[in-house]
Design a protein around this ligand. Structure first.
Ligand SMILES: Cc1ncc(COP(=O)(O)O)c(C=O)c1O
Length: 392
């Protein structure tokens, strides 16, 4: 039971659990990362799609067991490319979960497609599979499931619906590198998947992303479109008898610097360690915070192993902001997440709160706690102490 008047709480003038703030996020960058960036910066190849980028793509493809990997400058551009590669008629419809980052919707929108919002489960924020078919019309061409917090969406069910209605599946795996669904890694579970390597993600290149696919046709188009519509890729890979490259298609510049390719490699070398450390922290939180009345955890998808990109707790909507402020006063940085799309200025009018009850319930209960590999045991204990103090 929460007693908001408790004088011992730092928010009410009591002594905080820690004076050293426990940050909500820190990138996991070690000496091998700094060295790789330094060494590559000193080579003459620092521009786009260099040898380090290609090595990173190859290593990521091997790690996942996927045929084609395209390192891009963000997940947002990878989502854009995923739709650019298909040429769907303008106005075709794409089903997007209502609880996601705007980029999941921008991919279709940037390609003159219409988005149709689908509600999510109130207990984990992933697309509510039971609602997808009710939204399919003769204009529907694709679905964009998202793995919220690195907890995989129900991809078998989603792919089955897609197969039945001949739909394209673009899996927004921005948050889920290293996660598994039925013993298969995310990034391999749909027609196209898209990772983010933004500074907050489990594997980071500062900014960055990747498009992954087993489809040769999609890969062929993406190869040109990522490079301003040119065939520079073949020029870079095999430049024996050609001194030029051609402009063969429409496109834009979605390539990454060779410096970031080098960073991708050293980060990928640590991915198992990163996932393991995050999993240990998540399990510790779950053990230590179990059985607190009014504090629930996000439901994990059956037969899945999340990568624990985020650790969310679900609390009472009426007290959520107060709990966030109380945690912060104790020295623990906590935060809310994603205002449902339909509640944002740009998407307003596309759905009502009544139609989006799952998203509204999840959003209004969600608080995120610090989780990252460099979080010390002392910091983890402080998070737990602060939560117990507030909920006691
Ligand atoms: C679900 C989802 N999709 C896409 C993105 C965009 O990623 P990026 O910043 O790499 O473009 C994010 C960013 O956090 C995200 O959470």
């Amino acid at each position: 039971m929460i007693n908001k008047q408790n004088n011992l709480l730092a928010i009410n003038g009591g002594t905080p659990i820690t004076k050293e703030k426990v940050l909500i996020h820190k990138p996991y960058l070690l000496e091998d990362d700094f060295k790789a960036v330094d060494e590559t910066t000193r080579t003459t190849f620092i521009s786009g799609n260099g040898p380090k980028c290609m090595e990173f793509e190859k290593k990521l493809a091997d790690y996942l067991g996927v045929k084609h990997v395209f390192f891009t400058n963000s997940c947002t551009t990878a989502l854009d490319l995923a739709f650019k590669a298909k040429n769907f008629p303008a106005g075709s419809e794409v089903i997007v979960p209502n609880f996601t980052y705007t980029s999941s919707a921008l991919g279709p929108l940037l390609n003159n497609l219409k988005i149709v919002l689908c509600d999510v489960y109130p207990d984990n924020g992933n697309i509510d599979v039971s609602k997808i078919e009710t939204l399919i019309t003769n204009k529907t061409v694709a679905i964009v499931p998202v793995d919220y917090a690195g907890n995989p969406a129900e991809m078998d069910e989603i792919n089955a619906i897609a197969k039945k209605h001949n739909l394209y599946v673009v899996h927004d795996t921005a948050q889920s590198i290293g996660a598994e669904y039925k013993n298969r890694k995310t990034g391999t579970l749909a027609d196209v998947s898209t990772f983010s390597f933004h500074g907050t993600k489990n594997l980071t290149t500062g900014e960055g992303g990747a498009l992954l696919t087993n489809d040769d046709e999609i890969a062929k188009r993406v190869t040109f479109m990522r490079e301003k519509g040119t065939d520079k890729q073949s020029f870079l890979v095999d430049n024996k008898d050609r001194g030029f490259y051609e402009y063969v298609d429409i496109g834009s510049s979605f390539v990454q610097s060779n410096i970031l390719g080098a960073l991708g490699i050293t980060q990928l070398n640590k991915i198992e360690e990163i996932t393991q450390k995050r999993t240990q922290i998540a399990e510790y939180y779950k053990n230590e915070l179990a059985n607190i009345r009014g504090l629930d955890f996000i439901r994990i998808t059956d037969n899945s192993k999340p990568n624990w990109h985020l650790f969310g707790i679900l609390v009472s909507p009426e007290q959520r902001y107060w709990i966030m402020d109380a945690l912060r006063a104790e020295g623990i940085m906590s935060n809310v997440h994603y205002t449902p799309l339909h509640r944002n200025k740009f998407y307003k009018g596309m759905a009502t709160d009544k139609e989006m009850q799952g998203s509204m319930k999840f959003f209004s209960r969600l608080l995120r706690l610090p989780i990252y590999p460099s979080l010390t045991q002392n910091e983890v204990e402080n998070v737990i102490k602060a939560a117990r103090k507030i909920f006691s």
